[in-house]
Structure formats: C-alpha cells, structure tokens
Write a protein that binds this ligand. Structure first.
Ligand code: XBP
Ligand code: MG
Length: 265
C-alpha cells in the first residue's frame, strides 16, 4: 500500500532548470568575467551530467580559457558553483521560479491523507531551502519526513543511493513508495532502488526517451495526455471526467496497477 511520495526537485516541483539554474550559471560566468554562456540547447545536453559543479567541470573540457591544472579547475568550478547557487536563490526569492501547477495541491492532499512526504534530489540543499521557503513558507520542512539532497549522497542520480537512503529513513519498502520524477536519470535512480516512479514531463526533458515508469504525463495539473490514460473511473472529485488535476486517487490507482509503461505505448 502506498505510504510515501518521494519528490524530485529540479524539473518536478518547479521548472528550476529553465527558469533558475541555467540563468544563474550564466550570471555566475559573467560575474567572473568568463565568456562562457550556456544556451538552452547546450544546457539540454549538459543536463545529462547531474550536479552543478560536475556540470561546470565537464563543460571546461571544451573551453580554451579553462585552467590547465586539475586543482585549479576544481577551485574555479567550486567558486562558480557557489556563485551560481547564490544567484539562483536570489532568482527564487524574486519569484522567478514558480512551483509547477498541481504540485501544491497534491502535497496538501497527500498530507491530509496521512502519507509521508520526502525530498529526493541531487541538487544542493541551499537550492531546496530557497525554493520551498519561498513557496511553502518558513516552516516548509515540517511537511517532509525526510529531505535528502546532493550533499547527502556519495553518488548522485542515476545512482539509486538517494532513494535507498530515503526508504531507510522512512523505514518503508520500495513498493510502499512512489517517486515523482522528470528526467531519465531520475527514473533510472528510482528504478534501480525498485521504487515505482511517475514521470511529469518538464521543459528540459520534454522529448527524452523514458522507460520503466508506471505512468508518464504532461504534469500534475492536467489529467489529459497520460500513459496509462486517466479515464472516467479515475476522475476523482472532478465533475468533468478527463479534466482537472491529477489526484491522490489517480496515484493510488497507478500504484496498485503497477505496470511498467513506455512512452511509446
Ligand atoms: C538536478 C540536477 C542538479 C541541478 C543543479 O537534479 O542535476 O544538478 O541542475 O543543482 P534533480 P546543483 O532533478 O535530481 O533535483 O547546482 O545544486 O547541483
Ligand atoms: Mg529532476
């Protein structure tokens, strides 16, 4: 039986990559008088590398201006990443990054139903704090039974460590949880921990191949466009079947059914 929802952050709770991280990375480069800028296309490719510092280091390999010595590269990546996170938090505080529609409603509904909530992300803790304080208030952490971030794991997604740690902290088995993710790497991490996973497509991974989820759809705000489809029987409290947001009843339905689906049907 479903006991916990485990939330990815970037791309799932909010379009942080599009509206926050990419913009902040570019401002960090500018603040250090570096000519590097990441276009949306560049960033889409670079997102295959999880972790902002790791992403900067990977990009340096093709940059003539990057320091030659490994230690200097590491130091520059650390400083750029520190600046990026500060600039990201500023953007979030200014209101540049909204929660995705349907997310706050499902959080409230799950809590009211007695489910446990967890954060399972590879982003830095300061980014999670900035985002959730802005949108859920100063006492945001009281809503989550566990909050695991990039600093809490030795290996970031697609490694399953963050999910395995969350299950251990909540003292539940993988089949009592449901992960909500947006990226192939996040899905791979959940699957490797044997946690059923739901995919809400985000801007940066809109066209990526996703295999192994129990449901794939456009977002929690929208009942249309999901695989498996949400039919009349799953309409929950909505009067108009097929419209409205995805509810906890829908998640329970998919979770009970628990068939792995492909975006290709
Ligand atoms: C997303 C990531 C992160 C962010 C940037 O992870 O890969 O690296 O892009 O965050 P998830 P940091 O979707 O699992 O949250 O710069 O703090 O690493
Ligand atoms: Mg994500």
């Amino acid at each position: 039986m479903l006991q916990a929802l485990l939330w990815d952050v970037d791309g799932t709770l909010a379009e942080t990559e599009r509206d926050g991280h990419r913009v902040a990375f570019n401002r960090a480069f500018e603040s250090m008088a570096l000519p590097w800028r990441w276009s949306e296309t560049d960033y889409g490719m670079l997102l295959r590398i999880t972790g902002g510092r790791e992403r900067i280091l990977a990009d340096m390999r093709r940059r003539a201006e990057a320091p030659a010595l490994a230690d200097e590269r590491q130091a520059l990546a650390r400083e750029l990443h520190r600046r990026k996170n500060r600039l990201y938090a500023e953007l979030v505080r200014e209101g540049a990054v909204a929660l995705r529609p349907g997310v706050p409603e499902l959080i409230d509904e799950a809590l009211a139903a007695g489910l446990l909530l967890g954060i399972t992300t590879t982003t830095s803790r300061s980014n999670v704090e900035a985002l959730l304080e802005r949108h859920l208030g100063r006492r945001w952490a009281s809503r989550f039974a566990v909050v695991l971030c990039g600093e809490d794991v030795a290996a970031k997604k697609p490694d399953p460590e963050v999910y395995l740690r969350a299950l251990a902290a909540l003292r539940i088995g993988p089949l009592q949880a449901l992960a909500i993710e947006d990226s192939p790497g996040g899905v791979a991490a959940a699957c490797a921990a044997e946690v059923p996973v739901l995919v809400t497509r985000s801007a940066c991974f809109a066209d990526d191949t996703v295999e192994g989820a129990i449901a794939i759809g456009p977002g929690l705000h929208e009942r249309r466009g999901w695989t498996p489809p949400l039919g009349d029987a799953d309409a929950g409290t909505d009067d108009d079947a097929g419209t409205g947001r995805v509810t906890l009843a829908d998640l329970r339905h998919w979770h009970t059914r628990m068939e792995s689906v492909s975006q290709f049907g």
